[in-house]
Design a protein around this ligand. Sequence first.
Ligand SMILES: [Zn+2]
Length: 306
Amino acid sequence: MAGSRARFFYDEAYDISWKGHAFPCGKYRCLARILAAEESRRKVAPPVPAGREDLLLAHEASYLDRLEAMTADPDQGWFEFEAPCTPEVLDGFFAMTGGTIAAGRAAVARNRSGKPGFAVNLGGGFHHAFPFKGEGFCAVNDIAVMLRVLRKEGAIRRAAVLDLDVHQGNGTAVHFARDSWCFTCSIHQERNYPIKQRSDLDLGLPDGADNGPYLEALGKALAACMDFHPDLLCYVAGADPYENDRLGGLALDLAGLAERDRRVFDAFLGRGVPVVAVLAGGYAEREEEVVAIHLRMIREGLARDP
Ligand SMILES: [Zn+2]
């Protein structure tokens, strides 16, 4: 089990082989390999997969039963969440949800200098999964499960979710619509998938918005999240607002994405609020670019976690 120094969570089970699918799972393994090689102090730890008890904190039992039943006819998954639902795929989602839980716990645990810190799941960010259904490559909402587990354990009382994936965090918005202890905020491309739900703060940007308008919206989002005084920020650090993304229509360049991450970490880690990051989307033609964007985000977080 991961000690308090573990900052990265990854397991081979994350690498769901969705052959020919747009969702690039190879980035998980690639990031784990790079971080294992360059970080000797902060090891990559394999998480315990989320169990049914954890999943039930966020998902309806009938939905979990339906997912299990679907593995007998995996093609049903295409109708549910636009990907096949094999036993391997479900195990991948349970493993990644376990990774998000472990990373959340690691972020709120005090580090050696007595400060709460930064931790990242090298996967996760399945923000389109609702309590009662899957959607958009997402079978289980690891963000919702993690925050409910941590709150049940008494590790947090209040939390904020800052979703900077190019697609709105519609499932997460619904998960927490009635919870006054969790503030949900999403900056996304307005005219893109999905059908929008109501977060506590939604900032929809026009097609082609680049660094300037994006960072302006980010300033508003950061102020609103900080005003909520969360005990933990869950940062949904999608790489798909990038100008070369195939599924996104915003136009941040690499410098803009780096500035985005810096501002998030300065606002929270800089003020002693722990941050747990999950990767979410990223669909640039060249997977190296997606990996590079995530890697830069992770290094920015680590730089503020002594
Ligand atoms: Zn996305």
